[in-house]
Design a protein around this ligand. Structure first.
Ligand SMILES: Cc1cc2nc3c(=O)[nH]c(=O)nc-3n(C[C@H](O)[C@H](O)[C@H](O)COP(=O)(O)OP(=O)(O)OC[C@H]3O[C@@H](n4cnc5c(N)ncnc54)[C@H](O)[C@@H]3O)c2cc1C
Ligand code: SF4
Ligand code: SF4
Ligand code: SF4
Length: 446
């Protein structure tokens, strides 16, 4: 059906989520990735090498859900299905201290590796460099799983690992964001023999990534670090400031810089890829096990961190049971509804529909599963704000240079800070005034 086509149109229509499956599978080595001015990391097709076999289009989750994804779509695609949901942490102190949340992902991987359930795991390491960038590695030992801990909130063409898989006996576990898991399932539909090499999947909850420009923005702020040195950046490092963790940048000559999580949060909307705004699957509903932060839950260790964990399949249940029997994790049950509430799924639904409707108004293509999902999210009243935001995101690559984009964001952030400084006392005064008026009314009557 896709013969005669290749994926060139996917990045062109801003539908690419950098899953890496096209690159990992192309039989002609015709695809490579390139960073754009806005910080997207997008596939480019070498038309001279490309035979237009169409395979890349068939597996691309940016465009399309194949038969397994469509047939396994849960009744509520935003929430998915839970066989059991928990909160807890890794029992191994080293894995726990080095983790993003509670170290559950890494504890499950190490346990599955050491108990012989898998022979490796696909992971993402933040490679030191100038600038640092994430790289995909198949980890074959506890030490390699340790090195890949913490979340890289930026583009990662994870499914490029298919190139390496022919040299690996498997089975391997895959840890990935929802779009990685979608790509993987599409690939397995097209090439079923690869299923033998895949052990199980751990899906990370995912609201969005930030383009590489966000990394460069944060690196630029680290004035105390020599510009030419090789560096590492962690978006959230709980070892320097406790959970959930501040931005931590450190260089090979021992210098380091720490920025509050507020610094990261205030730039998110400026660097979110437009494609993430079309993504409904924050809860990673197709993975065997989903892991995330324990947002909004009561009785959680907020000082050192914990992970939430949702078991979605029998295979996932088996992996968690084995980890429990080896005492690799320490978890307690929590209602799935509480997890969904903590992840603000109601708001996610509204935003998703708002962005989708705004996207439609631009005349651009939508992923083909849109119709299957849309009835679960009502159209919000005000589409204009979504339109305005999308227009900004579509133009990220129109800045003349990365430097100019970063300067634009710096100025915008400063303006917001100044406005907040003025508005904050005004809001407090207004609130106090309202309270006093209310008390006075009660006291004196009308
Ligand atoms: C892009 C992104 C967005 C996220 N958004 C949310 C959210 O909205 N709500 C929420 O509750 N949780 C979110 N998470 C999950 C959260 O940040 C933690 O990853 C999760 O709680 C697991 O923590 P842990 O301590 O168990 O993992 P760790 O033991 O620290 O292990 C982390 C694992 O994640 C893998 N990994 C890191 N970055 C990536 C990446 N970009 N792509 C694929 N694999 C990666 C590493 O290879 C490692 O195996 C997000 C994660 C990512 C990567
Ligand atoms: S050779 Fe096939 S898989 Fe590779 S880019 Fe061309 S169409 Fe896509
Ligand atoms: S397969 Fe993945 S990386 Fe390739 S174009 Fe589609 S979404 Fe982008
Ligand atoms: S929000 Fe969706 S498209 Fe964006 S990185 Fe996460 S899973 Fe991928």
């Amino acid at each position: 059906m896709n013969k005669g086509r290749n994926i060139s149109e996917v990045p062109f229509f801003q539908l690419c989520n950098t899953c890496g499956s096209c690159y990992g599978l192309c039989p002609c080595e015709a695809i490579h990735f390139q960073e754009t001015t806005g910080g997207y990391y997008l596939p480019i097709v070498n038309e001279e090498k490309c035979t237009r076999c169409g395979l890349c289009c068939e597996v691309c989750p940016g465009l399309h859900f194949d038969k397994t994804l469509m047939s396994k779509m849960p009744d509520d695609p935003f929430a998915g299905f839970s066989l059991g949901s928990f909160v807890g942490k890794a029992t191994d102190r080293k894995l726990f201290d080095n983790s993003q949340s509670g170290g559950i992902v890494s504890a499950l991987l190490v346990n599955a590796l050491e108990s012989g359930q898998i022979k490796g795991a696909v992971t993402v390491v933040m490679e030191p460099g100038n600038p640092p960038r994430p790289v995909v590695k198949i980890a074959n030992s506890k030490e390699e799983i340790f090195q890949a801990q913490k979340s890289k909130y930026c583009p990662v063409p994870l499914l490029g690992f298919f190139k390496e898989l022919k040299n690996h006996n498997g089975p391997i576990a895959i840890v990935g964001t929802p779009c990685h898991i979608h790509g993987l399932i599409n690939v397995l539909d097209k090439i079923p023999k690869l299923k033998n090499k895949i052990g199980f999947t751990i899906g990370l909850m995912c609201d969005r990534i930030l383009t590489y420009s966000a990394l460069d923005y944060l690196l630029k702020r680290a004035l105390q670090i020599d510009r030419n040195s090789s560096k590492v950046l962690y978006f959230r490092d709980k070892s320097v400031s406790g959970y959930p963790g501040d931005v931590h940048i450190f260089s090979d000559n021992g210098k380091s810089a720490v920025f509050s999580s507020e610094t990261r949060i205030q730039i998110k909307d400026y660097f979110t890829p437009a494609r993430c705004r079309l993504c409904f699957d924050k809860m990673n509903v197709f993975a065997d096990i989903t892991v995330g932060d324990p947002h909004g839950l009561e009785g959680v260790d907020r000082k050192l961190g914990e992970s939430v964990l949702v078991v979605r399949t029998g295979l996932g249940s088996n992996i968690v049971q084995t980890a429990l029997s080896y005492k690799a994790i320490n978890i307690r049950p929590v209602h799935y509804a509480e997890i969904l509430k903590g992840q603000d799924l109601t708001n996610k639904k509204e935003q998703w529909r708002g962005y989708v409707e705004a996207w439609k108004l631009t005349g651009r293509k939508l992923p083909d599963y849109y119709d299957r999902v849309k009835s679960h999210a009502i159209v919000p009243v005000n589409i204009k704000k979504y339109q305005q935001h999308l227009e900004y995101l579509f133009k990220l690559d129109d800045f003349q240079s990365r430097e100019k984009l970063i300067r634009f964001v710096e100025k915008a952030v400063k303006k917001t800070q100044v406005a907040n400084r003025i508005l904050f006392p005004a809001r407090i005064t207004l609130r106090c005034f309202r309270k006093v008026t209310k008390i006075a009314k009660c006291f004196y009557g009308r």
